[in-house]
Design a protein around this ligand. Sequence first.
Ligand SMILES: *[C@@H]1O[C@H](CO)[C@@H](O)[C@H](O)[C@H]1NC(C)=O
Ligand SMILES: *[C@@H]1O[C@H](CO)[C@@H](O)[C@H](O)[C@H]1NC(C)=O
Ligand SMILES: *[C@@H]1O[C@H](CO)[C@@H](O)[C@H](O)[C@H]1NC(C)=O
Ligand SMILES: *[C@@H]1O[C@H](CO)[C@@H](O)[C@H](O)[C@H]1NC(C)=O
Ligand SMILES: *[C@@H]1O[C@H](CO)[C@@H](O)[C@H](O)[C@H]1NC(C)=O
Length: 225
Amino acid sequence: MHGYTKLVVWLLLLSILSSYFAHGISDSMSNIQCLKDLKQSLIDPNGRLKPSWNFTVVDRADVYSDAICSFTCVVCWSSGDSRVLSLSLGKLGLECPFPRGLELCTSMTTLDLSNNNFSGPLLEHISQQMTYITYLDLSNNSFSGVIPASIANMTYLSTLALHHNQFDSEIPVQLGNTSRLISFNVADNSLSSPVPDSAALPASQLHGQSRALRGAAGQEVQEEV
Ligand SMILES: *[C@@H]1O[C@H](CO)[C@@H](O)[C@H](O)[C@H]1NC(C)=O
Ligand SMILES: *[C@@H]1O[C@H](CO)[C@@H](O)[C@H](O)[C@H]1NC(C)=O
Ligand SMILES: *[C@@H]1O[C@H](CO)[C@@H](O)[C@H](O)[C@H]1NC(C)=O
Ligand SMILES: *[C@@H]1O[C@H](CO)[C@@H](O)[C@H](O)[C@H]1NC(C)=O
Ligand SMILES: *[C@@H]1O[C@H](CO)[C@@H](O)[C@H](O)[C@H]1NC(C)=O
């Protein structure tokens, strides 16, 4: 009986450990894949990422390697942990459509693609994978089309900077429900609706920025928040 209990305890421990490691490995691999996909889809005309983003080193090491954490512009949660915490790719002259691979950086809280030459639409279901984003800066690019309503499902979002792009949709009313949002800028796009009226949105900041909110014909769309 005693031996049997011991066996059960060991088996339990083993299964907990193996699920822990399986998670670690799949998290690690998904974050590595995220940056691989990103590098593959990016046009980096000034070669700003090239010397540092070397996957030969990553592939040579074991799956727990935190080699991606020493890539330029990448910050990980902690050393020895290859989950990406933040990606700060501002002002590098990068070009490409919204990089799909980013969905695989599922633990990311900060994404800064500002001041580049990214173009095209955002992912419609942007919130489903990027669940923990608190800071999203896509400003000063050539993103276009619809501002996805699913951004409102990013529960922790506190900064949303979409200004100076070519979005031409309405501003999703759901954004009025993002309770943690403290900074929100959609100035200098071709938006066709006013900023949603909501107590949750930072009214003082919005007021200043709504003056710069331009309609398709370039006229101011709304003043009152
Ligand atoms: C990447 O790292 C490998 C191994 O250190 C090295 O041989 C190779 O030249 C590096 N590639 C680039 C593009 O720096
Ligand atoms: C937009 O980004 C480009 C490239 O970094 C920069 O030269 C330009 O000053 C930026 N424009 C604004 C309005 O920030
Ligand atoms: C952005 O990319 C377009 C082509 O996609 C190019 O015509 C334009 O010159 C680029 N702008 C900058 C600031 O690099
Ligand atoms: C937000 O999440 C809820 C619950 O998961 C889902 O029903 C809804 O369709 C999502 N909204 C958007 C705009 O994606
Ligand atoms: C905002 O959230 C409330 C409560 O969850 C819900 O009833 C309402 O429909 C939401 N409004 C929008 C525009 O998503």
